[in-house]
Write a protein that binds this ligand. Structure first.
Ligand code: AR6
Length: 170
């Protein structure tokens, strides 16, 4: 089955979906950007789950390119899927790690039975990935990943991000 890709401009914490993806860091213990917004609006239950993951499966943190689910707390979703994007490097090609974030998040979504998944533009904020290239990797990866997820919604914070993703869908 094919996955429908839609674009929304706005705040991902206002989105309704089975799963909302967080652009986290390896610590899973919070940060700025999307991560900060998700923990603020989702409430303390998300951090409690993250701490449990650090105390069990991910004692050294979640590796870059991987994904793991927690409760979504007070968000309008059943799960938050935390993924760790790569920091952009001008000297090393880390594209495969960025693609892996989308693939692994969809794999976790399949395990959970999530049918709708909202993604932010992973790595394009604090981690400085150029928006056009990040949009290309995100869209290509979702298009070529075999998944039971029916709808992927990219939630883009501003005009520029929305335009970059729209260009990939044209
Ligand atoms: N909804 C949707 N998109 C958003 C929101 C929001 N509420 N807030 C920011 N963006 P970033 P990264 C956009 O920095 O680059 C954190 O501290 C933003 O404009 O959230 O993967 C983590 O803890 C940008 O386009 O994630 C990590 O340490 C995109 O979301 C680190 O930042 C991603 O920006 C991860 O950096």
């Amino acid at each position: 089955m094919t996955t429908t890709i839609t674009l929304v401009q706005g705040d991902i914490t206002r989105q309704s979906a089975d799963a909302i993806v967080n652009a986290a860091n390896s610590s899973l213990l919070g940060g700025g950007g999307v991560d900060g917004a998700i923990h603020r609006r989702g409430g303390p239950a998300i951090l409690e789950d993250c701490r449990r993951l650090r105390a069990s499966r991910y004692g050294k943190g979640l590796p870059t390119g991987r994904a793991v689910a927690t409760t979504a707390g007070d968000l309008d979703a059943r799960w938050v899927i935390h993924t760790v994007g790569p920091v952009f490097s001008a000297t090393e090609d880390r594209s495969e790690l960025l693609a892996s974030c989308y693939r692994e998040s969809l794999r976790v979504a399949d395990e959970l039975g999530a049918r709708t998944v909202a993604f932010p533009a992973v790595s394009t904020g604090v981690y400085r990935w150029p928006m056009e290239d990040a949009a290309r990797i995100a869209v290509e990866t979702v298009r070529t990943t075999d998944t039971a997820v029916e709808e992927v919604v990219f939630v883009l914070f501003d005009d520029r991000a929305h335009e970059a993703f729209a260009a990939q869908l044209r």
